[in-house]
Design a protein around this ligand. Structure first.
Ligand code: ADP
Ligand code: ZN
Ligand code: ZN
Length: 831
């Protein structure tokens, strides 16, 4: 009986955890008795996975039923007192995994900053049961002696302390002789930022003691100097609280105090050292009240309409032209949401854009506002994460991955530039669209979503027309600003009549010159980085291509090398043609580097800046470039699509667009939409204040209808044409597309696997719903051949069943012997 009672008391708990692995299920672990009650949903735990691996997992659920198929292992360690992952997030991980056909573990893995995951490090220690010291070599004996001084050492430490070069070799031998044991030490990656501070021992805070101390120290002038310097920074006499906060040790060092004098004073008990954890972010006080922003009449009307529509609709599309002042309206809405006590998420497609907007928002929201993007370090990301959990950050502005942050009480999500493709993640899994994920989060947390854009996506506009979203339109620029005047230049004609210099038409050059004279700024948009996309032989037409991708290598002037923009391969610039040995190699086509170079030749006095992936790798590069344009240190800014989005420069009155045709003729059903968006957006950077701006588009065919829709800013016209085409060909929003990408190192195997897959899918889904297999534009990347099978599904078809079927078929094909080594990657709502 006694036994049974005991048993009753100690019902074993089990935890279902999400492991950071691509396996589509949860795993059950046993909760050690001492952790009972602390292990709850959302805490991170350390568990063993497989035979040797130790990983960070997140608890999804705690219950009392042991797994049937296997013996549950114990949870090894628990990392949090308070859950660092919200139950809302766990829900979301499952939703994303199911919708985007991946695993909750993959979602969790990208959601958690790696600073929140553990790392393991190999260490060695003496084997206490070691028996045969006579078997050791002299060198090994030395190592053992060294190890006796420490309880354990990492490989690096061992190499350093014992002064050995080939430490792995020695370790292997010592393990073989059973003299030492190798083990994995697990630790958290996140390290808080700690500063070493110094303060006066509290005994001396009081006036009398301090005066006596000064008298005493007169004999040792160096020590007296320490005290006087300290008192300069910390007027401890008047405010003991300030003394308790102390002074950073480094401040005293910078003031010329020696480490030794300070150390003596600490030893004598006059000063004491202490450490504090500080934030990696500057504490910013708001300097402006949201109320001080005066909306214009049309802005106020749009604002009121948005609020009114939110009464009935959860999502509102805000179609406001470039420069209409959407940000000011967002600020008012954010203010309202924060006042009501809920969290706000403001999504932007790109970091280039956050730089300017963050400055504007921080003035108003101070350090309630957290920022999150890819240039942040691991430690900074963890700090943002923790600040959301603690409630310090009520408001986050960030790029697409911000949808993974631990919100639990969102009231408003703004998706700015909602049409942007960079909201979609292509690789790796989860291949999610941040806008759609935002809509799901909003639904789960009863938040409102505002989709903002000057050029809405066809899909969103369709939903607004159908009444699923609300729609608010703002068709005026703020203040006296007008939309720019757009001119087309027939580049073919110009070339024929020699009205051209390098890549520049006469008209563009003339306007650039005028702008330089007027001291106004210009932006030039060329959607290719590097110097030139091809290097070609004049004698035999050979083109430099990547050895592992079917694509030409781009010539980069900076670095004098050829680079593959698909796989990252680099090689030195060849001097002769690889095919015929000729020395006549010429660069073909224009990249941003070449435009920059030609500009400098034509206008040697102009200050030219370049903004593309190559110039913005460092953390502060955007800020620096944007700052230079703002203060007028750059006359002409050349850039890739980074310059097209959201930037707000007062002095820019001219925009030049190269290669418009390439965007228009891209082989994709969204090409017209994208071209309209990109050109309209970059044009919108011109003339955002009092003077009307000018835009020059260089094209081979000025008669294309899309260019005229752009000139007249006729979004409605574009929409009507696009939507009827989409309907006729059953493209989104009338259908859903799921792309299955099949890859293999052998072309034939990739093709056969894709063909079989397509065949099997056609049998069940019907031929019209399955397209392909087809090779993409670039058929081979990193030596893998690629074939795509596209599934096109009417909106009325239940997705769940289809996806389950697809997963099954994919598994079937992958398990076939002849397709060994193939991979098949599903992409739901692709591109
Ligand atoms: P959009 O995002 O719609 O292209 P912005 O929000 O960047 O436009 O606004 C364009 C410019 O007009 C910005 O410099 C902004 O500060 C200014 N602006 C807009 N509305 C106001 C307002 N109500 N008061 C003062 N300045 C404003
Ligand atoms: Zn040649
Ligand atoms: Zn390559």
């Amino acid at each position: 009986m006694l036994f049974e009672e005991n048993y009753q008391e100690e019902v074993t708990q089990f935890a279902d955890v999400i492991l950071p692995v691509p396996v589509p299920r949860l795993f059950t672990y046993r909760v050690p008795r001492e952790f009972a009650g602390i292990v709850t949903a959302g805490v991170r735990v350390i568990v063993q996975f497989g035979k040797t691996k130790v990983v960070t997992a997140v608890v999804a659920k705690v219950h009392n039923s042991p797994p049937k198929e296997y013996q549950a292992k114990y949870i090894l360690e628990i990392l949090d007192d308070v859950p660092l992952v919200t139950t809302q997030q766990i829900d979301l991980f499952h939703w994303i995994a199911e919708y985007y056909m991946c695993c909750a573990g993959e979602v969790m893995n990208v959601a958690l900053p790696s600073g929140l995951k553990i790392t393991s490090q190999s260490k060695v220690q003496l084997n206490p049961e070691f028996e045969y010291p006579e078997l050791l070599t002299e060198r090994e004996k030395e190592i053992i002696e060294e190890l006796k001084k420490h309880s354990s050492l990492s490989y690096d430490e061992l190499a350093r302390f014992a002064e050995v070069k080939n430490v792995y070799h020695l370790i292997k031998s010592l393990v073989g002789k059973r003299a030492i044991i190798v083990f994995e030490e697990v630790k958290e990656k996140y390290s808080p930022k700690i500063v070493r501070k110094v303060r006066l021992n509290s005994f001396y805070e009081e006036t009398g003691n301090l005066t006596a101390l000064i008298g005493e120290l007169e004999k040792t002038p160096k020590q007296l100097e320490v005290l006087l310097q300290y008192l300069r920074y910390v007027p401890a006499l008047r405010t003991p609280e300030l003394n308790r906060k102390g002074l950073e040790k480094s401040t005293l060092m910078k003031a010329g105090i020696s480490e030794g004098s300070l150390g003596t004073l600490v030893k004598n008990g006059v000063f004491e050292y202490f450490e504090v954890i500080i934030s990696r972010f500057a504490d910013l006080e708001p300097t402006q009240e949201a109320a001080s922003i005066q909306l214009s009449g049309p802005q106020q009307k749009a604002f009121d309409e948005i609020l009114q529509q939110f009464q009935q609709k959860d999502t509102v599309l805000f179609h406001g032209i470039t420069g209409s002042g959407k940000t000011e309206i967002y600020i008012k809405l954010i203010e309202l949401a924060l006042e009501s006590g809920s969290q706000v998420l403001y999504l932007l497609p790109e970091i280039a854009l956050t730089t300017q907007i963050v400055v504007r928002l921080q003035k108003i929201f101070g350090d309630k506002l957290g920022v999150y993007h890819s240039k942040f370090s691991d430690n900074e990301r963890v700090e943002v994460w923790k600040n959301i959990i603690s409630g310090k950050y009520q408001f986050i502005i960030g790029v697409r991955s911000s949808v993974f942050l631990p919100f639990n009480n969102l009231g408003l999500i703004i998706v700015d530039e909602e049409h942007e493709t960079s909201y979609k993640q292509y690789d790796p899994a989860p291949r999610y669209h941040a806008k759609d994920v935002a809509l799901v989060i909003a639904q789960k947390q009863s938040a409102k979503v505002l989709l903002g854009s000057a050029t809405p996506s066809i899909e969103s506009y369709f939903h607004a027309n159908q009444g699923r979203f609300g729609l608010v339109t703002l068709k005026e620029r703020f203040g006296n600003a007008q939309l720019p005047e757009i001119e087309l230049v027939d580049i073919k004609y110009a070339r024929k009549h020699r009205l051209i210099k390098g890549g520049f038409s006469g008209l563009l050059l003339e306007q650039l010159k005028l702008n330089l004279e007027k001291k106004e700024q210009s932006i030039l948009f060329q959607n290719r980085r590097g110097y030139s996309p091809y290097l070609q032989c004049e004698d035999c037409d050979w083109i430099s291509t990547c050895h592992q991708c079917d694509v030409s290598l781009t010539y980069h002037y900076n670095g004098q090398e050829l680079r593959c923009h698909y796989c990252g391969h680099r090689e030195p610039l060849p001097r002769t043609c690889a095919a015929c040995g000729s020395h006549k190699l010429k660069t073909m086509g224009y990249g941003t580097e070449k435009i920059e170079e030609e500009l400098q030749q034509i206008f040697p006095e102009a200050k030219v800046g370049r903004m593309d992936l190559d110039t913005t790798r460092s953390k502060t590069a955007f800020q620096t470039l944007i700052g230079e344009v703002e203060k007028g240190a750059i006359d002409i800014l050349v850039g890739t699509q980074m310059v097209t989005k959201g930037l707000d420069f007062e002095g820019v009155s001219l925009v030049g667009i190269f290669d418009a045709d390439k965007m228009i003729h891209f082989p994709d059903f969204r090409a017209s939409e994208r071209a309209f968006q990109m050109i309209t957006q970059v044009a919108g950077r011109a003339g955002r204040r009092d003077t009307r701006g000018k835009v020059i588009i260089q094209t081979n065919n000025p008669n294309q209808p899309i260019l005229h829709q752009i000139i007249h800013n006729d979004y409605e016209n574009l929409y009507r044409e696009e939507i009827s085409e989409r309907e006729a060909f059953m493209y989104p929003p009338f259908s859903r597309l799921i792309k299955l990408t099949v890859k293999h190192f052998e072309q034939e195997i990739a093709h056969n696997a894709a063909s079989l897959l397509a065949l099997k899918l056609r049998e069940k889904l019907g031929a019209p719903r399955v397209l392909g297999p087809e090779a993409p534009l670039v058929e081979r990347v990193r030596n893998q051949f690629i074939f795509e099978v596209m599934i096109k599904l009417e909106k009325t078809i239940g997705l769940k069943g289809v996806k389950a079927f697809l997963s099954e078929q994919i598994q079937d094909v992958l398990l076939m012997k002849e397709f060994k080594g193939a991979s098949i990657i599903p992409d739901v709502d692709c591109g």
